[in-house]
Design a protein around this ligand. Structure first.
Ligand code: 13P
Length: 251
């Protein structure tokens, strides 16, 4: 039995005051008190403050990115040890915005995945195809390649302590959600790929859907057998909307 996970990716939004208010509202709404595990992923600079405010409220903390290196002369980067130090238990790796806007390739994403786990963080590995890739029929090859590189670098055992998020690029921030059937098809593909190496690990792997998840479509998506929760962008910035999504993922 896989416990659903709902992660709010706040991206580069809000101020310190707004982020604090948002998490206070989520605590008041008891967003993390239902059946699903709930985490928020604020910008790096707000992590400590959000950890302090969410403490004890069953709302976990994740970061949006991590450096693949351990420490040292990497100006502007944040290490996995630092994220663990300020209370993160999760970190998103390979988000499509990192891949497309900041040139992260599959090999770097795999190194970030490994760096996160070295410090006890659970990586949320993002995969997903662009609109052009989907329309040309390349979706299965793209998603399989993105998973396979991490499998080769980290090994299948590493997936026992990881989460995968399927985020079709064409559905991110566009209001265009994958249908429940489209999401299920890709989630089953991902699980099958892991199962080819280890069926037990595949059966317990949580695979989240991301891309224009809203209160209005969450329940239908989460009802799919291989959809184990959501990675939520825009809708995670509204406490009431996000709390409704979290409730939809509960048992
Ligand atoms: P939206 O929910 O705003 O489409 O963003 C999805 C996403 O990228 C979450 O990581």
């Amino acid at each position: 039995m896989r416990r659903a996970l709902v992660a709010g990716n706040w991206k580069m939004h809000g101020s310190l005051a707004e982020s604090g208010r948002l998490v206070d509202e989520l605590v008041a709404l008891r967003a993390g008190a239902g059946g699903a595990e709930v985490i928020v992923c604020p910008p790096f600079v707000y992590l400590s403050e959000i950890a302090r405010r969410a403490g004890g409220a069953a709302i976990g903390l994740g970061a949006q990115d991590v450096c693949a290196e351990e420490s040292g002369a990497h100006t502007g980067e944040v290490s996995a040890a630092m994220l663990a130090d300020v209370g993160c238990s999760y970190v998103i790796v390979g988000h499509s915005e990192r891949r497309s806007l900041y040139g992260e390739d599959d090999a770097l994403v795999a190194r970030k995945f490994v760096a996160a786990q070295r410090h006890g963080l659970v990586p949320i590995l993002c995969v997903g195809e662009s609109l052009a890739e989907r329309e040309s029929g390349a979706m299965p090859a793209v998603v399989t390649r993105q998973v396979d590189v991490v499998l080769q670098v980290a090994g299948v055992a590493a997936f026992a302590g990881a989460v995968v998020a399927y985020e079709p690029v064409w559905a991110i921030g566009t209001g265009r959600t994958a249908s429940a059937g489209q999401a299920q098809e890709v989630h089953a593909l991902i699980r099958g790929r892991i199962a080819a190496s280890d069926a037990t690990i595949a059966a317990s792997l949580r695979i989240l859907y991301g891309g224009s998840v809203k209160a209005a479509n969450a329940a239908e998506l989460f009802a799919m057998p291989d959809v184990d929760g959501g990675l939520v962008g825009g809708a995670s910035l509204q406490a009431g909307e996000f709390a409704t999504i979290c409730a939809a993922a509960g048992p």
